[in-house]
Design a protein around this ligand. Structure first.
Ligand code: 13P
Length: 252
């Protein structure tokens, strides 16, 4: 079975000092998360401070994005090399980046390859919109995003895939564990098997979209769900730790 992981995507929230306080709160309570790997993904400007704040603990740090080029005239972008030493993980292809910042399956694929080449662990995000779900395309959209995002990728080690249905993000309307399991154990897992064969069995699959302390245990009770990618509930240390504790209990 893959490792259990609960990652907090702080999105465009927290000043540097707020980020440090939040990270310190998570570090202080991290033992309540049992064997669950905790990953904090603050804004770029807080990566250094958050790395320092969690030093000496098992809490890991991730970035929310990166560009695939090594360096050069790419104003406003951050390269994989710049993240080395600051974080272990990097979220790639979040639906907000796809929708608001024009990221495509091709750019997501470039970023996954560049992250792996730099020794970073990518958290590939996939998920269908409400329109796509209502049109009966959810399974095809998710398997297509996995296949395209991982085109030419041969190494599954360090890879995480997060299923985040767009309609469940920030809405308070989480998917049901059954819907999530259908997509994750079906379309996403099958696509990963097709790419990595048995190595797919070690890729953690995270659910994301209005996950909280109340529903996290039900998601993690599904065999094919190994944790969560948490937005709003990750902005309070106690709530984030409760999500992780619920996942730990479900996986124990
Ligand atoms: P919410 O938990 O706020 O719905 O956000 C989920 C998400 O987008 C995590 O990447």
């Amino acid at each position: 079975m893959p490792a259990s992981v609960v990652a907090g995507n702080w999105k465009m929230n927290t000043t540097v000092s707020e980020a440090v306080a939040l990270a310190a709160g998570v570090k202080d309570g991290a033992s309540s998360a049992g064997n669950v790997e905790l990953v904090l993904c603050p804004p770029f400007v807080s990566l250094t401070a958050v790395r320092d704040a969690v030093q000496g603990s098992a809490v890991k740090v991730g970035a929310q994005n990166m560009y695939h080029q090594d360096s050069g005239a790419f104003t406003g972008e951050v390269s994989p090399g710049m993240l080395q030493g600051l974080c272990e993980y990097v979220i790639i292809g979040h639906s907000e980046r796809r929708q608001l910042f024009c990221e495509t399956d091709e750019s997501v694929n470039d970023k996954i390859k560049a992250a792996q080449a730099a020794g970073l662990k990518p958290i590939l995000c996939v998920g269908e919109s409400l329109e796509e779900r209502e049109a009966g395309k959810a399974m095809d959209v998710n398997s297509g995003q996995v296949r395209a995002g991982l085109d030419g990728v041969t190494d599954a080690s360090g890879l995480i895939v997060a299923y985040e249905p767009v309609w469940a993000i920030g809405t308070g309307q989480a998917a049901t564990p059954g819907i999530a399991a259908e997509v994750m154990g079906g379309a996403i897992y099958e696509a990963l098997r097709g790419i990595f064969a048995s190595a797919a069995d070690q890729v953690p699959l995270l659910y994301g979209g209005s996950m909280n302390a109340g529903n996290a245990g039900d998601f993690a009770a599904q065999d094919c769900i190994h944790g969560g990618l948490v937005g709003g509930a990750a902005l309070q240390a106690d709530q984030f730790l409760q999500v992780a504790a619920a996942v730990a209990a479900a996986k124990a």
